[in-house]
Design a protein around this ligand. Structure first.
Ligand code: CA
Length: 240
C-alpha cells in the first residue's frame, strides 16, 4: 500500500474531496515511550500474584483499554470476580508499582522527528491515551515539552477506553476540527480500531510484536515499519 493509495481509499470512504491535515492525535505507550515491554511484564506479575493465568503477549492485544478495564476483564475471566471501581483502581496501582520497579524506559526511536515535522507544519499534536498511570503521564511534559501541544486525553477522561472511539472523539473535539482533518498515530490494534471508528486517517507504526497485517486488519489506513519511515512520509501527507 502506498501513501497515495491509502489517502485515495480514505477520501472515498470518508466522503471527502480533499485531504487536509489540521491536527494529529498521538497515542502514548508504544508511540511516545518504549514502555510496552515493561507494562506487559508488570501485568503478568500482577496476574501471577493473584492466581490468574495469562500470557505476556495477550497484554499487547489489550493495549489501549484503560488500566482499570484490563484489571476488571482479567479478574472476571480468570477467577470469576467482579471488581468494584475502587478495587480495580487499587490493583492497577499495584501494577503501576511493579512497572516502576522494572526501571526506566526510553522514547520510541524516531518519535521526536515525527513530532518535529508536525510542529514545523503548524499541526497541533494532542496525546490520546488509555493510560491512567501517573508515572507515565507525568513524564510526557518533562520529556516532550513543546514537541506536544498542552491538550491531553487520558484514561481518566473517558468512560470507555479504546477500541471505543470515545478517546479519539474527545481528541477531535479538543482539536476543534472535523475528524476527517485529524490523523491518528497508533501502534496497537485496539487503538487503531478506535482511531478508525472516530473517523480519523489512522496511521499505525509497528513498534512491538504486533504485525503489519494485524494493524491493517484493525482498520489502519497505512502502516509504517518505524517512526523514521513515518517521519520521511509525513511531508507528502501534510503538503497536499
Ligand atoms: Ca499504544
Amino acid at each position: 500500500m502506498t501513501l497515495q493509495e491509502a489517502i485515495a481509499g480514505y477520501m472515498r470512504y470518508a466522503g471527502i474531496k480533499e485531504m487536509h491535515v489540521a491536527a494529529a492525535l498521538i497515542d502514548c505507550d508504544g508511540v511516545l515511550f518504549d514502555t510496552m515491554k515493561n507494562h506487559t511484564r508488570a501485568w503478568v506479575k500482577l496476574m501471577q500474584k493473584n492466581g490468574i493465568k495469562c500470557s505476556r503477549d495477550e497484554f499487547y492485544l489489550y493495549e489501549g483499554m484503560t488500566g482499570t478495564e484490563i484489571v476488571k476483564k482479567k479478574f472476571k475471566e480468570g477467577v470469576g470476580k467482579v471488581l468494584t471501581d475502587d478495587e480495580a483502581r487499587a490493583l492497577y496501582g499495584v501494577k503501576g508499582r511493579y512497572f516502576l520497579e522494572l526501571g526506566a524506559t526510553g522514547k520510541v526511536n524516531g518519535i521526536d522527528r515525527v513530532l518535529d515535522v508536525l510542529r514545523q507544519a503548524g499541526v497541533p499534536r494532542i496525546v490520546v491515551t488509555g493510560s491512567q498511570q501517573p508515572s507515565v503521564l507525568d513524564r510526557i511534559d518533562v520529556e516532550f515539552a513543546d514537541l506536544l501541544s498542552p491538550e491531553r486525553v487520558t484514561g481518566n477522561d473517558v468512560r470507555h477506553g479504546k477500541p471505543n472511539p470515545e478517546p479519539y472523539l474527545k481528541g477531535v473535539a479538543k482539536a476543534g476540527v472535523p475528524a476527517s482533518q485529524c490523523i491518528v498515530v497508533e501502534n496497537a490494534p485496539l487503538g487503531v480500531q478506535a482511531g478508525h471508528a472516530a473517523g480519523c486517517f489512522t496511521i499505525a507504526v509497528t513498534t512491538g510484536p504486533i504485525s503489519e497485517k494485524e494493524l491493517y486488519k484493525a482498520g489502519a489506513d497505512i502502516v509504517y515499519p518505524s517512526m523514521d519511515a513515518l517521519a520521511d512520509a509525513l511531508p507528502e501527507l501534510l503538503n497536499r
